[in-house]
Structures are given as structure tokens and as C-alpha cells.
Ligand binder design. Structure first.
Ligand code: ADP
Ligand code: F6P
Length: 320
């Protein structure tokens, strides 16, 4: 393997830069030329490709976002689009491609390797933590800390006003951001797509809490369940308590990556390069029980993400 390419695709996540840095420097260390592909699969189709050296990735480990930029690309979903991508890879002499992104980006990599003679390795880069095969994805920990900071601030104001406060967090269809921040932020209720919730029960908990002397009530709501504004209105109507909704939005995707995300990204980036050197393809890298693992991309994509019931139950017990 003489030349490899690296791209970031789908939603950005803090720690993607640390992963790019690890890929580039590990590659160079092994005598491999590393090409950076801008704007995900879209830049690949357009040939937005340039060589990365050690200094190209200097001073980025602490930066959020991705220096390679990211994009979503409909054309790559078509066989014709992928054929075009393969031709571009051939022109640049790229034999192996490291894709940093989520399940959509991995599906693209899987199809590219199925259809053409190009080796692909996937690195989990998404704040959602929605990939079942890995305990954590790059960016999740930073997003948790960003949300937690917001929750702490909301606590101050909702306590002063003795209000109910709903914080809507990202995660697409996955409730992990809500579950982890709800537990860490001491929320009274956590509402996630993976668990049924009963609106009347929720209101009862709020009213009972008020009677027990709770000065505020914090609800962390995963975006996959529904809108926070609508829920706030309904709660106010039923409980008679002032309720405010805060949608944290894209703030959750930014910021300097935490130590955890930087270390995870560095370990995964280095392992991805090793796999290509070993001649492996259609693998994804991840972390389980603090060990770096790799497995077949098709198997990884077929795994169903399970919610951590222990964490969910613990949060319930501790919120009382
Ligand atoms: P993520 O990787 O974060 O899940 P997306 O689902 O938006 O983000 O996917 C990112 C990109 O991956 C898409 O814009 C597309 O270029 C590529 N992709 C997604 N799904 C497929 C698919 N079924 N086949 C080929 N490429 C895909
Ligand atoms: O996948 C990351 C994520 O931030 C999700 O949590 C969210 O639903 C989605 O991307 C938002 O996408 P966009 O940046 O296109 O608004």
C-alpha cells in the first residue's frame, strides 16, 4: 500500500481533526503517502484531493470541526457516482480509503469496496453514539460535556424561577446523548426514543416533585422523540407550572474535543492505517472495554444498537 486517502463525511464531530492527524502521521511513519479528500464523497467525485504532510495536521488536535470539511452527497449513493469516485481514486493512485463518519458514510464505503478494487476502513465519527459495534464514537464525549454545561446553566435560571425546564438534545434516532447527560446532569426525567414514556406519569412526577419541595424540574428530551416546545406547552397546561423549552441544536457539534475524544480518535486513526497496511478492507474500527477492535463493516452495520438499561434505571432511581 503506497497511497491512501482520508475523508470526513456526514455530520461533523469534535475529534475528527485528531483522527485525521493520527491517520496522516501514522501513515507517513509507515512510509505511506496520505491524500486528504475534501468535502466527503462530494469532494472525491470532484477530485478535491491534495497530499497531507506532517505539518498539514499540526495544531489541529485541539480544534473542533474538520479541516477536510464535510458534506452529504446524493450522487455517491448511485452506482454511476461510485464508478466516478473509483476512477478519481485511480487517477490519484489511492489504493485504500479511510472514511470518518457515521453509518451512512460506512454504507458508502461498503458499497465502494463491494463494487471496485479499493480497500476501505471506517472510523466512527459522530456525536450520536448510534453505532452498535463500538462503545463510543468520536465526538460523543465532547457533545456530552457541551450539553452538561448548558444543563448546569439552565438549572440556575430554572431554580430561580422555580420552573420546569426541557432541554432538547441531538442524537437523531438514538437516545444516548439524552441518557448520559440526563444522568450526569441530575435530570428529573429522561425521554428517549428507545423507551416508551407516559405523558400523564411525567406530569405526575413533576407535580409530586413540586409537593416534595423540588425547586425546579429538569427534563432531558432526545430529538428523536419529538419537539420540546410542544411538550412544554402540554406540561404547562396540565400541571399549571411555568415550563420553558431549550433546543440546544448545533452547539452540540462544536467545540474543542475532550481528552477522551482526542485519545480515542488518535488510537482509532492509527489502527485504521495499520489495517490497510495489513491488506485488510471493509473493516470498521471501534472501542470495546477500552480495547481497540475492528470488525467487518457489513456485520457492524447489521448490529442493532441497544440502550444501556442499567444507566436508564439508575438515572430513574437517582432522580427521585
Ligand atoms: P452519517 O455518515 O453521519 O450517517 P449520512 O447518513 O448523511 O451521514 O451519510 C453521509 C454520506 O454517506 C451521504 O451523503 C452519502 O454520500 C453516503 N451514503 C449514505 N448512505 C449511502 C448509501 N446507502 N449508499 C451509498 N452512499 C451512502
Ligand atoms: O448525526 C449528527 C447530527 O447532529 C444529529 O444528531 C442530527 O439529527 C443531525 O446530525 C443534524 O443534521 P444537520 O447538521 O444536517 O442539521
Amino acid at each position: 500500500m503506497k497511497t491512501i486517502g482520508v475523508l470526513t463525511s456526514g455530520g461533523d464531530a469534535p475529534g475528527m481533526n485528531a483522527a485525521i492527524r493520527a491517520v496522516v502521521r501514522s501513515g507517513i511513519n509507515k512510509g505511506i503517502k496520505v491524500m486528504g479528500i475534501q468535502r466527503g464523497y462530494s469532494g472525491l467525485l470532484n477530485g478535491e484531493i491534495f497530499e497531507l504532510n506532517r505539518s498539514s495536521v499540526a495544531d489541529i488536535i485541539q480544534r473542533g470541526g474538520t479541516i477536510l470539511r464535510t458534506a452529504r452527497c446524493e450522487e455517491f449513493k448511485t452506482p454511476e457516482g461510485r464508478k466516478k469516485a473509483y476512477n478519481v481514486l485511480k487517477v490519484f493512485g489511492i489504493e485504500g480509503l479511510i472514511v470518518i463518519g457515521g453509518d451512512g458514510s460506512f454504507t458508502g464505503a461498503q458499497k465502494l469496496s463491494d463494487e471496485f478494487d479499493v480497500k476501505t476502513i471506517g472510523l466512527p465519527g459522530t456525536i450520536d453514539n448510534d453505532l452498535a459495534y463500538t462503545d463510543y464514537t468520536i465526538g460523543f464525549d465532547t457533545a456530552l460535556n457541551t450539553v452538561l454545561d448548558a444543563i448546569n446553566k439552565l438549572r440556575d435560571t430554572s431554580t430561580s424561577h422555580e420552573r420546569v425546564s426541557i432541554v432538547e438534545v441531538m442524537g437523531r434516532r438514538c437516545g444516548d446523548i439524552a441518557l448520559y447527560t440526563g444522568l450526569a446532569g441530575g435530570a428529573e426525567s429522561i425521554i428517549i426514543p428507545e423507551k416508551e414514556y407516559n405523558f400523564e406519569e411525567l406530569c405526575k412526577t413533576i407535580i409530586e416533585g413540586k409537593h416534595r419541595g423540588k425547586v425546579h424540574n429538569l427534563i432531558v428530551l432526545a430529538e428523536g422523540v419529538g419537539g420540546a416546545e410542544e411538550l412544554a406547552k402540554k406540561i404547562e397546561e396540565v400541571t399549571g407550572l411555568e415550563t420553558r423549552a431549550t433546543v440546544l441544536g448545533h452547539i452540540q457539534r462544536g467545540g474543542s474535543p475532550t481528552a477522551f475524544d482526542r485519545i480515542l480518535a488518535s488510537r482509532l486513526g492509527a489502527r485504521a492505517v495499520e489495517l490497510l497496511v495489513e491488506g485488510k478492507s471493509k473493516r470498521v474500527v471501534g472501542i470495546r472495554d477500552n480495547k481497540i477492535i475492528d470488525l467487518d463493516i457489513t456485520e457492524a452495520l447489521s448490529m442493532k444498537k441497544e440502550t444501556d438499561n442499567d444507566l436508564y434505571n439508575l438515572a430513574k432511581i437517582l432522580s427521585f
